[in-house]
Design a protein around this ligand. Structure first.
Ligand code: PEP
Length: 248
């Protein structure tokens, strides 16, 4: 059975106060959880969060640069994240694709950099509302997945997690129904199975998009949904812990 993951993406939110009040309780939760619990705070908080997280709570970054080092003012490399004992990095979040113009080629390069540094990359993919309404959901999502996996070896897949996040459901309060989500997750797994059925079966595919305490259990119970990537609700400790308890 695949171990589920509940990942919190704080985006550009949070504070020292939130860190100190919430992370010790979450670290305790992670110790008892059947699922993996991961938090991705803004880069500024990564070091302190890593120290507060203890042995079981996983800490990851929201982005990395594709180069190992160099003259890239304001950027952070995957190697630096690994050096800080972090385990994960999000790549290809829809906000980075839409606001910062990240292309599939750049996201593939960032994914490779993350894997080369020994991190697990959480590859975010998802269609916009216009793409869904035009019947292009699977074209878009499977295209985003294959643009990255084609650059990887099957051995790399051990350190890859896919997060399906329909753009129209992110931060909007509109969650995909469990059927809509399961259909896309199943299609992603089937597309991965064309490379290797065994590796596809082992791949964790998370759902993201307005996951809340009251919809998490139904989503996480779907056969191809292996947990969630949670934005807004990851900033509220009671809500996030309740989502974590809906996993596995
Ligand atoms: C996200 O940003 O990855 C996300 C899923 O946000 P929200 O849960 O707020 O929709």
């Amino acid at each position: 059975m695949r171990k589920q993951i509940v990942a919190g993406n704080w985006k550009m939110n949070g504070s020292n106060e939130l860190l100190n009040s919430f992370v010790p309780a979450l670290a305790e939760e992670a110790k008892q959880s059947q699922a993996e619990i991961l938090v991705c705070p803004p880069a500024l908080f990564l070091g302190d969060m890593r120290r507060l997280a203890g042995e079981y709570l996983l800490v990851g970054a929201q982005n990395c640069h594709e180069a190992v080092s160099g003259a890239f003012t304001g950027e952070i490399s995957a190697d630096m994240l690994a050096d800080m004992q972090l385990s994960h990095v999000l790549v290809g979040h829809s906000e980075r694709r839409a606001i910062y113009g990240e292309t599939d080629a750049l996201i593939a390069a960032k994914t490779k950099a993350a894997l080369n540094a020994g991190l697990t990359a959480v590859l975010c993919v998802g269609e916009t509302l216009e793409e869904r309404e035009a019947g292009r959901t699977l074209d878009v999502v499977l295209g985003q997945v294959s643009a990255v996996v084609e650059q990887l070896t099957l051995a790399d897949w051990a350190n890859l997690v896919v997060a399906y996040e329909p753009v129209w459901a992110i931060g909007t309060g509109k969650t995909a129904s469990s059927e809509q989500a399961q259909d896309v997750h199943q299609a992603i797994r089937a597309a991965l199975a064309e490379y290797s059925p065994e590796h596809a079966d082992a791949m964790r595919i998370l759902y993201g998009g307005s996951v809340k305490a009251d919809n998490a259990a139904e989503l996480f119970a779907c056969p191809d949904i292996d947990g969630g990537l949670v934005g807004g609700a990851s900033l509220n400790s009671d809500e996030f812990i309740s989502i974590c308890r809906s996993a596995n």
